[in-house]
Design a protein around this ligand. Sequence first.
Ligand code: ZN
Length: 472
Amino acid sequence: MSYSPVALLTGYIAKWTQLADNPSINYKTLVICFTWVQTAFEVYVLRRQIPCYDRPAPPPALKDHLPTETFSKAQIYSRDKTSYALAKLVFDFLLGYGLIKTGAFSTLWDFAGELLNGLGLGNEWVITHSLLWMTVLTLTTAIPGLPWSYYHTFVLEEKHGFNKSTLGLWVADTLKTYALFAVIGLPVLAGFLRIIEWAGKSFVPWLMLFLLTIQLSLQIVYPTFIQPLFNKLDPLPEGELRSKVEELASQLGFPLKHLYVIDGSKRSSHSNAYFYGLPWSKHIVIYDTLIKDSTVDEVVAVLGHELGHWYFAHPTKLLLITQLHLLLTLTIFSIFINNKALYSSFGFDPSLAVTAPQPICIGFVLFQLVLEPTDALVKFLLHAETRRMEYQADEFAVQLGKKKDLASALIKLHVTNLSSPHSDWLYSMYHHSHPTLPERLNAMDAYKGGKPLELKGTAGTNTSASEAKKDL
Ligand SMILES: [Zn+2]
């Protein structure tokens, strides 16, 4: 007897669906336990990093590049950032714990229902009800976070000389972010819910297609409509830097369409560079702060690294990884979509899980709470992959003969960003998407050449319709 993989998977899903919908499973208690364990783990990881700030000297790879004064400034800044992260972690835990413990999810659902009725709409308007609920829920968690955001910008960053933002700009940024949630987030959520409602049990492929379309459209919409709300992008003026970047792009066959400078200095003196765009038409964006702090050759070396990401199709690979993660998440969600035990654990009427029109949004939010502990695992795996990509992009720049300039650019970035040169290994694995600077410098030194680059057009043929932005 033979089974097709689809039939096998459907069988497993049916079996797990039955097992997971057990009235004796209290999902609320389970989520509370997960939250405790996850927070304890994150506190442990952060605390492991603190002794690194007591070390008296930089690591050997940096000892000639980091003046004592800069080193101690970096240690103090990093210590302040870690203390802030610890306090914020505890605050977020208490807020999340409070919401779950007090039954806020179902109370706010009822409140959103009253708002709906106040608008003259009945309970059959389940998607509108869900959008109101998500708005209230988002505000309930976002508003208490505002003082933290204020403190981060105007106290922490200000104290160490990074803040360039003003109160007016901060308020405007916050309001624009909320407006984007209303203009983009809510319609996408409505589409998401409508597709599940329409497709029933076979919603996974349709939802994947919908979300991928949204992701790809945002690639086009973001630089044209969203980014200008926050920053100004100007073409990089004619001159040595522009000619050298254009020369590098044409040498590699990189389809450079526009070369911009972004006014990152408007908010902060941290610096960076990245590229984005469709496979046949790409744009490079360089922070004005990077140009100000580096030589022309150093900026070109940084772009050599960025183009390494393009050459090895890293953004496409990351997009594929996120699609696989999404596929897995949605498949597991299909197990929980009609789970009465999940609804009743959080104080909802269990019949909501099975009677039409079903408020799928409730199930999805509660499911996210149950799934949250897997985020830590995903973070570890994803960071392992992005770190591998960073080494590869560094090697690419080394092969282009830019080792010396890339090393000095990275050291300067490190110095101007006041990053701490010491890291605990577990902290680094959990929090760093990039290898640490000493690791990168050592790897560049150890690099002895490899397969020669295939340049001019044949390089890094990308087949995806679009690529995500990738930072340095
Ligand atoms: Zn990179």
